[in-house]
Structures are given as structure tokens and as C-alpha cells.
Design a protein around this ligand. Structure first.
Ligand code: DX5
Ligand code: ZN
Length: 219
């Protein structure tokens, strides 16, 4: 079954506990938490204290997407604050292999995030460091903001990664993030995605549970 992680970046953050409840009730598999440091991307979102508060509001796995310049410095702190999935960008300044090792050392699932303009070749040597249920996050918008339009040019990259994972028999997930709604979700599933992140579409849906089922390709 296709898994769904709900981004709360554009949710009503004045009512975080209610947002977490809404995400739980939608039947999604995880809550996606976008961390932006104002350096790696030209935007600042939320960080450790808000994640700690969120941890006490929900049992859902917290899927933390680090859009920060030096993710390695913060892995331990985000793991202790409650992250169960931690993705970092291959374009960041941290050593990728060391960052993956640090994430695993904290018992957290590791994800390598790849921006739209970055080629797949950059992450291929790292795949052997990933463990079962780790993931590759292919960005389908430029990182930094919600509510952007899906970049269709990323679809061939998704298909190419699916082919590599299948050929090597690697038990890793392909996650996509950005501009995911019913139509783009179907294209991503067809291309080989098994983990969708969706923010504004799900948060604005009249019935989030129905929208989650739609993203999974059910009903
Ligand atoms: C973009 C973030 C996304 C974003 C998704 O930098 O990583 O997670 O919040 O939002 P939508 O679904 O609105 O594109
Ligand atoms: Zn994200």
C-alpha cells in the first residue's frame, strides 16, 4: 500500500494539537515536518521546540525533512526531540555517509533528499549504506515553500530510481514531496513511488480521510 505523510508547513500552526489530530484522523501514516534554516533555503520554518511539543500531541511517526546547511550537527537533537524518520539533502554541506551513520546510530530511519536539479548519480554510491525501510526523497518542487506546482520533469528520475532499486533488490522506499494531489499522486505511483508527502492539498481537503484514500489510489 502507498504510504502517506502529511506536511503541516501550511497548516494553522496556532492550533498545532488540532492539526496533529486532523492528520491522525485522516488515516495517514506519518506527519511530515519541514525544517528550514534560512540558509539552505530562503525561508525559515520551525525547529526543535515545536517538534517536542508536537511529539506529545500524536502517536504518529514524525517524518522530519531537514532543509538545513549542516544537517549532521542536528541529527542527535532531532532524534531526541522525537523524529522517527530523518531526511537530509545531498546538496547540503554535511558528509552524507557520516550523516546516514549518525541517523542510524539514533535508531531512526534515514532518508536522502534530492532536489529537482540534482542528478540521481550523486546518490547511487550511498544506496548501499541505507537499511530496510530507509528512503530516498525525490523533491517534486524546489525546496523551501509549500503550495508550489508539481515538476513533471522529475518523473523520469523517479522511474530510473525505481529501476535501480528493483535491479539491486534494495528494500528502500521512494518518497516524493511537493505539489502532490490526486492527479500527480497517480503519476508518481505509476512511476514507482510508494511514499507520498502532501501538504496543502490534504490540509485543504473537505474530507482529509477521503483525500488520503484517493492519494493511495483506493476508492
Ligand atoms: C517544500 C516542503 C514540502 C511542502 C509540501 O519545501 O518540503 O514538504 O510543505 O507542500 P505541498 O504539498 O503544498 O506542495
Ligand atoms: Zn518536505
Amino acid at each position: 500500500m502507498t504510504m502517506i505523510s502529511v506536511s503541516i508547513l501550511n497548516a494553522d500552526l496556532a492550533h498545532l494539537a488540532e492539526v496533529a489530530k486532523l492528520v491522525e484522523e485522516s488515516g495517514a501514516d506519518a506527519l511530515h515536518y519541514d525544517v528550514m534554516d534560512g540558509c539552505f533555503v530562503d525561508n525559515i520554518s520551525f525547529g526543535l521546540p515545536v517538534l517536542r511539543s508536537l511529539r506529545s500531541c500524536t502517536e504518529l511517526p514524525l517524518d522530519v525533512h531537514l532543509m538545513v546547511q549542516d544537517p549532521l550537527r542536528f541529527i542527535g537533537r532531532f532524534a531526541e526531540a522525537g523524529a522517527q524518520m530523518l531526511s537530509f539533502h545531498i546538496e547540503s554541506q554535511s558528509d552524507a555517509a557520516a550523516t546516514i551513520r549518525e541517523i542510524h546510530a539514533h535508531g531512526v530511519r534515514a532518508g536522502i533528499a534530492v532536489s529537482p536539479d540534482t542528478s540521481l548519480e550523486q546518490i547511487l554510491p550511498l544506496l548501499s549504506l541505507l537499511e530496510k525501510d530507509d528512503f530516498i526523497l525525490l523533491m517534486t518542487v524546489q525546496p523551501g515553500w509549500g503550495k508550489q506546482s508539481f515538476l513533471y520533469d522529475v518523473l523520469p528520475k523517479i522511474k530510473a530510481l525505481r529501476a535501480v532499486l528493483d535491479a539491486r533488490g534494495l528494500p528502500l522506499h521512494i518518497q516524493v514531496d511537493g505539489g502532490i494531489q490526486d492527479v500527480t499522486a497517480a503519476l508518481c505511483r505509476e512511476a514507482g513511488v510508494d511514499y507520498l508527502v502532501s501538504g496543502s492539498y490534504l490540509m485543504g481537503a473537505p474530507c482529509p480521510a477521503e483525500a488520503v484514500r484517493g492519494l493511495r489510489g483506493e476508492g
